[in-house]
Design a protein. Structure first.
Ligand SMILES: O=C[C@H](O)COP(=O)(O)O
Length: 264
């Protein structure tokens, strides 16, 4: 039985301005409160655009919300002549808990290398912000051995020079590119196979204790209709949800997958 706390993280991508963010977060909070959601049982996070973070922080602090929040990227540097980049130290001052790093959309559109992803992870950890390391970028090799190896090489490159103690805090999100935004979801078996492979490689890189501590999420067209079957797998600890997280009621259902799974 896993002792890892499940995490449902909604990656809003480039959607919802700061006013829409407040409305969406407020609705999510009310929906979860009405359902008496136990945040110690399933952690809920939203990753809004940078422009929304201060507004989100103000609402979370004012209403003492248990929803946590994060950013969608971070600079490899803490300050200086890096026009347009976002410092992890500034994110920490905005109360950010998590930061997605190495998302396939950034690897694709910004040519982010494993080396840069590794630098960003070190930068986030240095500021006390928890990385959500995204791996699994690939074109169309589904469950092929090459896809597994490609994903594990991304994992290794991202974790270079990261200690076991640091690695234990990191969240890994497996996102097959062919499932992102397509409505095609990996099967629970696909998700389990990769999560197990990721955990196995972590045990080789570090030790079993570290591998068992790391939360592994699945991302790629997660919906309230498919999340429970994915979460039933032993090595899957949550989801990184894109489109479905923009609808607060749908995302609340995803966060409350256990009640839907047992039909409560
Ligand atoms: O970060 C989220 C993933 O890219 C999945 O996005 P999606 O749920 O819209 O497929």
């Amino acid at each position: 039985m896993s002792t890892r706390t499940p995490l449902m993280a909604g990656n809003w991508k480039m959607n919802l301005d700061h006013q829409q963010a407040i409305q969406t977060l407020q609705k999510l909070a009310w929906t979860l409160k009405d359902a008496k959601h136990d945040f110690s049982a399933v952690e809920v996070a939203v990753l809004p655009p940078f422009t929304d973070l201060r507004s989100v922080q103000t609402l979370v602090d004012a209403d003492k919300l248990e929803i946590v929040y994060g950013a969608q990227d971070v600079s490899a540097f803490t300050s200086g002549a890096y026009t347009g980049e976002i410092s992890p130290v500034f994110l920490a001052k905005l109360g950010v808990t998590y930061v997605a790093i190495g998302h396939s959309e950034r690897r694709e559109h910004h040519n982010e290398s494993d080396r840069l992803v590794n630098a960003k992870i070190k930068s986030a950890l240095g500021a006390g912000v928890i990385p959500i390391l995204c791996v699994g970028e690939d074109i169309d090799t589904r469950r092929a051995a090459a896809h597994v190896q490609h994903t594990l090489l991304q994992l290794e490159g991202a974790l270079e020079d990261i200690s076991a103690e640091q690695a234990k805090t990191i969240v890994v999100a497996y996102e097959p590119v062919w499932a992102i935004g397509t409505g095609e979801t990996a099967t629970p078996e696909d998700a389990q196979e990769m999560a197990e492979a990721i955990r196995g490689r972590l045990a080789e890189l570090y030790d079993r204790d570290t591998a068992d501590a790391v939360r592994v999420l699945y991302g790629g067209s997660v919906k309230s209709s498919n999340v429970a079957s994915i979460m039933a797998k032993p090595d899957v600890d949550g989801a990184l949800v894109g489109g479905a997280s923009l609808d607060p009621e749908e995302f609340a259902k995803i966060a409350r997958y256990q009640s839907h799974a047992v039909g409560l």
